[in-house]
Ligand binder design. Structure first.
Ligand code: MG
Length: 249
């Protein structure tokens, strides 16, 4: 506290002296730096504000899920009922965890397993725009299966499924990260080969907010651009992701 007062005087004294020296000049002078400016509370960064408040966020989710619905309808037309599936990620794909991100930002904290686990246990993440309607169409109208593949831990799977059901998200199976390696490819393969608790299924499309939500893809292996909008549907997440580890350019 003493140190803070001393440094504040250090900052303000030259400003006050400059104000006195310039008091006789006719030109308007900039206001002195206020003490409040040096002690502002944490605020939400733009990426969290964009995700939570912008019309564009809601429009993009609606747009992507509408496109995914059209693709599912077209692809399912020639497939037997119950023989095919769609695979979706959970966080920032069907569930909105921006409230957790906001809390971290406003309390000046970084992500931790402890705070994330407490958030998962709250089961209070809302559904994202368009997700419920898409999944209802797949299951009820088109007669496909819905598999959720999430990197939430196995120990968090029951709370996650309760959260999903609580906001009306219908699914057949939710596969959490039992190995802790974060690699979704073996779980994608288990859906295709029939070892995920369902019969072997023809997976017709994937939806996710991270490039690693799509089979075989990552930040270095970004796939065929023609797949996006046809078989792979990407949602925006400016708050976090595997992109964070990339170098600047
Ligand atoms: Mg995600």
């Amino acid at each position: 506290m003493h140190q803070e007062s001393r440094s504040l005087r250090h900052v303000l004294l030259p400003v006050v002296l400059a104000g006195i020296a310039l008091a006789g000049c006719a030109t308007p002078q900039p206001k002195p730096v206020s003490a409040a400016a040096t002690t502002t509370a944490p605020t939400q960064p733009n990426e969290i504000r964009w995700y939570r408040v912008s019309a564009e966020q809601r429009a993009i989710y609606a747009e992507v899920y509408r496109s995914a619905t059209q693709a599912a309808r077209a692809r399912a037309a020639t497939l037997p009922a119950g023989s095919w599936a769609v695979i979706l990620d959970v966080d920032e794909t069907v569930l909105d965890n921006s409230e957790y991100q906001k809390r971290l930002a406003l309390s000046g904290q970084r992500y931790s397993d402890e705070t994330w686990n407490a958030w998962v246990k709250e089961r209070s993440a809302p559904a994202l725009p368009g997700a419920q309607a898409f999944l209802d169409t797949v299951r009820n109208e088109l007669k496909g299966r819905v598999v959720l593949v999430t990197n939430r831990k196995q120990s968090q799977c029951a709370d996650t499924q309760e959260n999903l059901r609580g906001v009306g998200i219908g699914f057949d199976v939710a596969l959490c990260d039992a190995t802790g390696d974060g690699n979704k490819n073996p779980r994608f393969q288990s859906v295709i080969s029939g070892t995920a608790g369902l019969p072997a299924l023809n997976v017709i499309l994937w939806v996710g907010d991270n490039i690693k939500d799509f089979p075989g893809l990552d930040q270095q292996h970004t796939g065929d651009a023609a797949e996006f909008g046809t078989r792979f549907f990407v949602l925006p997440n400016p708050m976090y992701g595997s992109w964070e580890r990339l170098p600047d350019r």
